[in-house]
Design a protein around this ligand. Structure first.
Ligand code: RB5
Length: 150
C-alpha cells in the first residue's frame, strides 16, 4: 500500500499529523507538499497527488485543505480520480464501498487530527463492493469521457 499525500497551507498541520500516524502504522507514502505554512494555491498540490494516483503510482490519495472542498474540486478534474470529502466514519466507509473513491479529502478546520486518522484508516481498509456499484462508477467515467447519459 502506497499513499499520495498533499495539502495546502491551510492543512499543513493536518497533513503532518496524518504523516505521523502513517509512520506509526508503517504505511508507505509520498508527500507532494506543500512544505510550510506559507500561502500556496491548493489546486497545484491537489493536482500533484491526484495525478500520481491516476497514474497508478499510488493506491490512494489523501488531500487536505482548510475545508477539504477546494482540493476535492481540483482532484476530481483529474481523469480517473474519484475524490470524496469525508467528515465522518460513515462517509469514509461508504465512498469506498459504493463509489470506489481513490482520494479522500479532509479539511483541517472541519475534522480533528484524531478523526482524520480514523477516517484514513477506514478509507484505506474498506473494499469496493462492486456489483451494481460497478455499473454506476462506470457511468461516472462515461461522464468524464463526454458521453451523454440517458
Ligand atoms: C485557503 O485559504 C483555503 O481557501 C483553502 O485551504 C481551501 O479550504 C479551499 O477550498
Amino acid at each position: 500500500m502506497k499513499l499520495a499525500l498533499a495539502a495546502d497551507h491551510g492543512a499543513f498541520e493536518l497533513k503532518n499529523s496524518i504523516k505521523k500516524h502513517l509512520d506509526e502504522k508503517g504505511i508507505e507514502y509520498n508527500d507532494f507538499g506543500c512544505f510550510s505554512k506559507e500561502s500556496v494555491d491548493y489546486p497545484v498540490f491537489a493536482y500533484k497527488a491526484a495525478s500520481a494516483v491516476a497514474n497508478k503510482e499510488y493506491d490512494f490519495g489523501i488531500i487536505c485543505c482548510t475545508t477539504g472542498l477546494g482540493v476535492s474540486m481540483a482532484a476530481n478534474k483529474v481523469k480517473g480520480i474519484r475524490a470524496a470529502v469525508c467528515t465522518n466514519e460513515m462517509l469514509a466507509e461508504m465512498t469506498r464501498r459504493h463509489n470506489n473513491a481513490n482520494v479522500i479529502c479532509m479539511g483541517q478546520n472541519v475534522v480533528s487530527s484524531e478523526l482524520a486518522n480514523k477516517l484514513v484508516d477506514i478509507f484505506i481498509s474498506t473494499e469496493f463492493e462492486g456489483g451494481r456499484h460497478t455499473r454506476r462508477v462506470n457511468l461516472i467515467t462515461d461522464i468524464e469521457n463526454g458521453k451523454t447519459l440517458e
